[in-house]
Design a protein around this ligand. Sequence first.
Ligand code: ZN
Length: 320
Amino acid sequence: MTRRDLLKTATVVGGSAFLAHLFPTSIGRAYALVQQSVAPADPLAAARAQTAAVPIEALKLSDTLTMLSGPGGNVVVLNGPDGKIVVDTFVQGVWPALKQRLDAMGNAPIKLVIDTHWHFDHTDNNESFRNAGAGVLAHENTRKRLSESNDLLGMHFNPAPAAARPTDTFTQTRTMQANGERVDLGYIPPAHTDTDIYIHYTRANVLHLGDVFFNGMYPFIDASTGGSINGMITGTERMLKMANDTTKVVPGHGPLGDRPALTKYRDVLVTVRDRVRKLKEAGRSVQDVVTAKPTADLDATWGKGFMQPDVFVTIVYNTL
Ligand SMILES: [Zn+2]
C-alpha cells in the first residue's frame, strides 16, 4: 500500500475520529480530557498522551511470568534471579510507572527488553530500558524500521536516536534460558508489519504474538511496512500450530487469549478476506466495498475495539 492509499484509508472516517478509534476506548473519560489538552496538529503526541492515560493492570501468568496491560501493547515480564526479561515497553510517559512496577517485582536487574515489532506503542521506552542497564533485542527489520522515517495513520516518525535502537538482532530464531524458563523467539514473515516476532515461554506454555494477534477485535495491519491480510492469516495459522489446549496466548492488544480465541480470530480474518476479495475480484472499487458493509454481521462483536469496520475493510481491500 502506498502513502496515498494510507491517506485514503485515513480519510474514510476523517482524521480525529480515526485516531480516537486507534487506541482502546474503555477509558473514555480520561481520553476525552487528554484529547482536549493536546494540540490536534501533532497526532503522534495525541496518540501517546491518550495511550499513556490508561492505567497499568497486572495479571500473573506463572510463577515467573506477569502480563502488564493498558498503556500500549501488552508487556510480559519474566522475573527471577537471572534478571528481568521484558517484552515490549508501553509508550513514552509511562516509563516511571513501568519502572516502579518492575522494581516492585524484586531487585534483580532489568537485563533485556525484547521488541515484538517496530511500532511506537511497543518500542517507545527502548531508550529508558537501555539507560536502566538493559539490552534491546528485536528482529533485524525492527532495527531497520526504527532507523528510518515512517508515516503511519497521520503520525510522523523520525528515525529513532541510536540509543533507542536494538542492541542485538536476529533474522530467524533465537533461544535463551533464564529464570528456569526456556524462551524461543522466531520471526513471523510479514503479517502485521515486516518486523513481527513471537516469544514462546516453553515451560510456562505462554505464547506472546505481538500485534499479529488482536484478541476479540479487528486488527490493525500496517501495509506501509510490509503488513497484509494474507500475511496475518498465514502468521496466525502458523501460531495456531505452536499452541495447544493449555497455551496462554498473549495478544498485542486485548485480553489474554487461548487457542480457541486465536482460532476464532483466524476464522474472522479468513471470512473478511474472502468476502472482500470476492467483491474486489468482481471489479468493485474500495469505496463500493466499504459501502456494501461486507462485515455487517461481525461488526457488533469485532468492530468495537481498535479498528473501525470501514477502516479495516479498506486495509483488507488495499492489501489484497
Ligand atoms: Zn503494531
